[in-house]
Structures are given as structure tokens and as C-alpha cells.
Design a binder for this molecule. Sequence first.
Ligand code: SAM
Length: 245
Amino acid sequence: MPATPAWPPKSLPRLFVRSALAAGATVELDAGQANYLGNVMRLQHDDHVLLFDGASGEWLARITEAGKKRMTLQVEDPTREQEAVPDCWLAFAPVKRAQTDWLAEKATELGIARLLPVTTARTIVQRVKLERLQAIAIEAAEQCNRTSVPNIEEPQSLASFLKASDGRTLYFADERGGEPVASAFQPGPATILTGPEGGFTDEERAAIRSQPHAVPVSLGPRILRAETAALAALTAYMALAGDWR
Ligand code: SAM
């Protein structure tokens, strides 16, 4: 997998759209996107933008109709192929809203494939606004040149998360100690699991550690805040086993 960053960024606005893209296809933008291109970016008829749908790469599209609340574009040529992000999922205990938003944005920038909110005994925040997190992830993907958008799953309990656990390596960030990530992280399908502000209970720790594919990992000698731990683990994964190598 190439480690070349997509730089310099293209100057054309980039938007994620839900309709499938192909040469010649017509795309209707929603009111928010039409407002952004027309009123914020001041784009007009015949101007170009870049579009991606999360599945078929990135495309150049031309504005064919620019109304006050509506905009139509015609898809022209492909500009980039669909990327393959590393097969890395982040299972995290949700924290306060601002910190969870930050985590969704930064994890998207770092190339996460899937985000799984997991509630634990000490999770304080019980409600996760999925639509909001999805919107944040889409905006981050638009901004950082991703052609994919991470899947964000419905929150689930730690017990059901562990029950559904398959053959993926489960890197469990354990503040009580584990293998240093430098030796633990290996390429291959992986899930990183991080806990809430209060950490995991002893019972939860034992249940996670008893999973056949669990690898307890340490993120160093300091206790990191929950969202810092999740981002630090993901950053280390990308550097050691993901697409920064
Ligand atoms: N209340 C816990 C304590 O004082 O021991 C700390 C929990 S920490 C704020 C939240 C989560 O971040 C932990 O459950 C763990 O998953 C992760 N974490 C924080 N620091 C870590 C470290 N040095 N190594 C591994 N995981 C860490």
C-alpha cells in the first residue's frame, strides 16, 4: 500500500454524495450542499467540484443547474480510484459529546475503517448520536481527501461486542499494562478496544483477556484520557502496521 500523502490538496471543493457516481450520471445536491457550493463557495453554472460516494473513487463533476436551494451536477471524469484503508476498527467506550465528536473526526482523518461505540460498566454517556457522528465523519473525509467514509455502528454492550468478536486481532488498550504497541501491532485485520474515563472493571478486563484473539497492549507509562488513548493507539497502529509504513 503506498504511503504517499495526497498532497498538495486539490483546490476544488470536495463533497460526499449518497448517489452512485459514474461518468455521465446526474447528481442532485441536498439543500445544505447546494447552499455551501452556491452561497459559501460562490460556485456557478459550469464550475467544477469533486465528488465521492464512498465506493467508486473520486469524480470531477460540473454544475449544470444552480438554484437558490437546489443544485444539479453532471459527473464527468474519474480523478482518483477508490482507496483501500487498512482493515482497522476502533471499538471505544463513548465519552462526553465534544470528546466523542473529536474522536470521530480524528479517527476518520487517520484512516479508520469502522467505529464501534461500546458501552461498559463505567461508561457515563449512554446516548450516542449516530447521525451526528456520521456527519462529522463525512466532513472529515471530505476535508482530508478520503474517498471512503468509515462505518459507524450502533452502540452495543461490551458483552455483545465480545460475543460477536471474530478472528480479528483484538488489541485491548489496558492501562494496567500489556505488550508495548511497537512489538504488538502487526499488519492484518485488527480491532483496537479502549475503555471509558473510569477504565474497565476487573471482570471486564478478565472477559476481554480471555478472548482467543485478545492482545493486551500498553500505551506507555502515563494514564491517557480515554479519547487520547483511542487516538494514540490508532496513530501507533497506522505507523507500525497500517498505511504510514
Ligand atoms: N481510571 C483509570 C485509571 O485511573 O487507571 C484510567 C482509565 S483511562 C482514562 C481510559 C482508557 O484509556 C483505559 O481504559 C484504556 O483503555 C486507555 N488507556 C489510558 N492510558 C493507557 C495506557 N497507558 N496504556 C493502555 N491503555 C491506556
